[in-house]
Design a protein around this ligand. Sequence first.
Ligand SMILES: C[S@@+](CC[C@H](N)C(=O)[O-])C[C@H]1O[C@@H](n2cnc3c(N)ncnc32)[C@H](O)[C@@H]1O
Length: 374
Amino acid sequence: MVARIALRPFLRVLNRARRTRSWEELKSLLVDRIFPVRTSGSKDPNPLPPRLFQMATGYWISQAIYVAAKLGIADLLEDGPQSSAMLAAATQSDAPSLYRLLRALSSIGVLSQVDGDRFSLSRLGSPLRSNVPGSLRAIVITIGEIHYQACGELLHSVQTGAPVFNQAFGTNLFEYLQQNTEAAGAFNRGMTNLACLLAHAVVLAYDFSGITSIVDVGGGEGELLTKILELYPETSGIVFDLGNTFGSSERTVSTAERCSYVAGNFFDSVPEKADAYLLCGVIHDWSDDRAVVILKNCRKAMAQNGRVLILEMIVPTARSASFSKILDLNMMVMNGGRERTKSEFHALLAAADLRVTRIVSTLAPQSIIEAIPK
Ligand SMILES: C[S@@+](CC[C@H](N)C(=O)[O-])C[C@H]1O[C@@H](n2cnc3c(N)ncnc32)[C@H](O)[C@@H]1O
C-alpha cells in the first residue's frame, strides 16, 4: 500500500500511544500536519523590501533563531512571559542587544512581544524548547554552528564540485565529529531531533510486521530503531554507527534487551543476516560512488529475504518548489552528498544489485524507498 498512513500500523501506533509517553509526540506530529503554523500577516507600516533582498538576507533570521536556541530563551519562557532584562540576566547577555534580538524574533512570529519589554513563546517558536516532543533546539544549534560555516563556502563547492566542509574545518565532516566531542554531541542530538519527528511518520506509514531483525545503518543515537522496536515486540535490532553516537543514547527498558549498539565502518561491512537494513538520512550524505559501497555492503550482509529501507526526501522532477532542492545544497557543501530523484534512487540501487519494490510516502518530507535483491 502506498500511503502516508497505513491502517494496520496506524492502529498499532494509536494503541501503543494511548499507553505511553509517545501520545504527546504523536499528537504534536498530527497537529502540525493538520493545522500547520501560519504566521499572521504583519502590520508593518514600512513597505517591504524586494523579495529577492529578503531572501538574500535569510541568514540574518537563521542566525537570530540560532542565538535564541543557544541561549536557551525558549526554555526560560516555558512558564510564561519574561522581561528582556530578566532574560539577559539569566543568559549573561547584554540587555539592550538581547531586547533587539527578541523584538526581531517577535516580528517574524518566533516569539510574541506581550508588551513593551516582555516576551512570550509562540507556537512557532515552541520547538526551540529542549525537552519537548518535536524539539528542534539541538538541530538549530548544530545548523547555526557547523552547517552555517560550511555554507559560507558554497561558491567554492559550486565552482569546483568539491565539498567545502574541509575548507572551513580542516577535515571532513565525520572525522571532525570524531575529533570534537562537543560538536558531535550537538550534531548527534540534532539528528535525533529530526529522527524523533520522522519516526512516528515512518511507523504510521510502513508495516514492519514479519520483520524479526533490523540493522539501523548509521543509526546515530538509535531513536528511530527504538521507536520501531517499541511497537514491534517480536523484533530485535542493532544500531550500527561509528561509535561516537552511542554515549548519549537513551534506551527504554522495554527495548533495551532487544536493541544492541555495534560500532563499525559501513564502508567495510555491516552486521549480517538481518531482515531489514534501515538507512535514515545516510545515503544523502554521500556521492553516488560512496553510497553504492554502503548499499553493496547491505546487499552482501542481508538475510535471504532481506530488504533495505532508505528514508530520504525525493527530489521532484517537476519544476516545482521543494525543500529537497535546497537541502541538496547543504549536502553538497557538507560532505559531497546529494538529494536524489526517483530515477536516481532506482539507478543507485541497481548499481548495488538491488531493485526498488515500492516508494512509500509519509507524513514527513521523507519517503521510504524499499528495495530487495535483484
Ligand atoms: C546524518 S546522520 C543520520 C543519523 C541517523 N540515521 C538519524 O537519522 O538520526 C549520519 C550518520 O552516519 C554515521 N556515519 C558516518 N560515517 C559512517 C561510517 N563510515 N560508518 C558508520 N556510520 C557512519 C554518522 O556517525 C551519523 O550518525
